[in-house]
Design a protein around this ligand. Structure first.
Ligand code: DGY
Length: 437
């Protein structure tokens, strides 16, 4: 029997409360025992629906860990937890004079977009405007870090220095570029993720060897962005982060124009937007008829499109012809899988329905895709994405992710960002507002 809306709302709120560690929220107990960057941002949207001060606190604690160079790290380590590998000592950021121990890379910059929505949705407008105003310079420094550190050549697309930076760890797109990573000196290590989750749902050992080698590489360069850009064996432009950053810059600009007119961050944001808009077309692979990730060392495109291809609508880019091709592609995917939107092309031989980012459907990605499609007037597909997300959660709870083929729940359970997506986008108890479609 389908659970009632009240029951789903209650469970989702309970998950956020139970994963709250006091000002910040872990994604799920055991598997991910620290604060993760983009997880926290989606969590803030969830809290916004029932506890606005707590929602703002989630973002403030994340930005408390911002590096002096503007980077907002992908994991914030407030303690050392044996449940997770690689922990703070492996990242070795302790000599860098940081506010607290963190990882050495970033994650998709969804925060400015979330903050824009939070300001619109806030019941306590005064508090929201003052919280947003205080966060704006930090957001601007982070966005500038993205273009300076990960696009030093001004291509208008941002490079991933590690698959984890994309948030989509084991996408098939990283396989071929990863061949350039030398793993011979990594030494022995013990993974912890596979003690929590079925091995078949997680990245393979070959992937982990590469993840670790890249962490050791970054540490050997003292996490210096210029040295990483010059020498990283892995340097791949990501459609996902490029689109998310472009959207986030549009949201930052709108907030800054409203809250601090005349501030220099307005011209900086405009310059970044122009650069990212111009650069996005570099990721159009005319052979595949899709926006695809690109190895910036070799110039090779990834083997297939991913869910991020559909973020062109969220980012407001693409010519009418390109957008039509992407819609045709997505329509084909929708016929092939039961639950939109698979993270990787389901017509590809590399599609794997349960292995993390190699095929499964993720609520947070559906959220961004659904919003973008809705805004672009693609309401048929937008409705399908939202309906499928709802059906997955009602049938299988708030899992980390789900099989796009049969809806099987996978990865960690009682997952914060999935619960947050229910609360902020899916729940029929939401007032009709802003982004939801
Ligand atoms: C992990 O450890 O699986 C994370 O995705 C890294 O961010």
């Amino acid at each position: 029997m389908t659970p009632t809306v009240e029951r789903m709302d209650e469970q989702a709120r309970a998950i956020l409360r139970q994963n709250d560690r006091g000002g910040y929220t872990i994604p799920t107990a055991g598997l991910y025992p620290y604060q993760w960057n983009w997880d926290s941002v989606f969590v803030a949207l969830g809290f916004m629906e029932f506890d606005e001060p707590r929602a703002w606190a989630e973002l403030e604690t994340l930005f408390d860990a911002q590096w002096p160079n503007g980077m907002v790290p992908h994991i914030v380590f407030r303690h050392d937890d044996p449940d997770y590998f690689p922990g703070p000592s492996v990242w070795g950021t302790d000599g860098l004079d940081l506010p607290m121990p963190t990882s050495g890379i970033s994650q998709p910059p969804v925060a400015a977009t979330a903050i824009h929505w939070m300001v619109d949705a806030a019941r306590d407008k005064q508090a929201a405007l003052s919280k947003a105003r205080a966060l704006l310079p930090k957001l601007n420094a982070w966005h500038q870090w993205w273009v300076d550190a990960r696009d030093p050549d001004g291509l208008g697309v941002v490079a991933m220095s590690h698959p984890w930076e994309s948030g989509r760890d084991n996408l098939p797109d990283w396989d071929a570029p990863g061949d350039a990573i030398d793993v011979r000196a990594i030494g022995d290590y013990t993974r912890r993720d596979t003690s929590h989750i079925d091995t078949a749902m997680r990245p393979k050992k070959k992937d982990y060897d590469r993840y670790l080698a890249l962490v050791q590489f970054g540490k050997s360069k003292n996490w210096d962005p210029a040295a990483i850009a010059a020498d990283s064996p892995f340097w791949v432009a990501d459609v996902g982060v490029s689109a998310i950053l472009l959207r986030a810059d549009r949201d930052l600009l709108a907030l800054a124009e409203r809250l601090i007119p005349g501030d220099t961050m307005i011209s900086q944001a405009r310059a970044r937007i122009a650069r990212l808009e111009a650069g996005f077309d570099r990721l159009w692979d005319s052979r595949q008829g899709a926006f695809c990730n690109k190895d910036l060392r070799t110039g090779a495109f990834a083997p297939a499109a991913t869910a991020a291809t559909l973020l062109c609508f969220y980012a407001g880019v693409g010519t009418p012809v390109q957008r039509t091709r992407v819609i045709e592609m997505a329509t084909g995917w929708a016929e092939k899988v039961r639950y939109m939107c698979p993270s990787f092309d389901p017509t590809s031989g590399l599609f794997d329905p349960l292995r993390y980012w190699r095929g499964p459907t993720w609520a947070i990605f559906n959220f961004m895709i659904g919003v973008g499609l809705w805004e672009a007037g693609e309401t048929g597909l937008a409705d399908r994405v939202k309906r499928d997300t709802k059906a997955l959660m009602e049938a299988n709870g708030f899992a980390e992710y789900y099989s796009a083929v049969d809806g099987t729940s996978a990865g960690g359970d009682a997952f914060s960002w999935t619960a947050a997506v229910w609360l902020s986008w899916i729940s029929p108890s939401l007032k009709e507002h802003k982004k939801t479609g």
